[in-house]
Design a protein around this ligand. Structure first.
Ligand SMILES: [Zn+2]
Length: 50
């Protein structure tokens, strides 16, 4: 299994609480990316209404 964010191979000894990410940093980064995409989409919608 690889981390979806940094593509680093996850090690079995690594903490599973961040699965499927390798760390809390990657998990939060991916979440913020996802939220940014949401914001872009919503802003585009509001622009089209203009
Ligand atoms: Zn990672």
């Amino acid at each position: 299994m690889k981390c979806p964010n940094c593509k680093e191979e996850l090690l079995k000894k690594q903490d599973k609480q961040f699965k499927p990410f390798c760390s809390e940093r990657c998990r939060s980064l991916d979440l913020s990316n996802w939220l940014n995409e949401k914001n872009v989409i919503s802003s585009e919608i509001s622009h089209s209404e203009d």
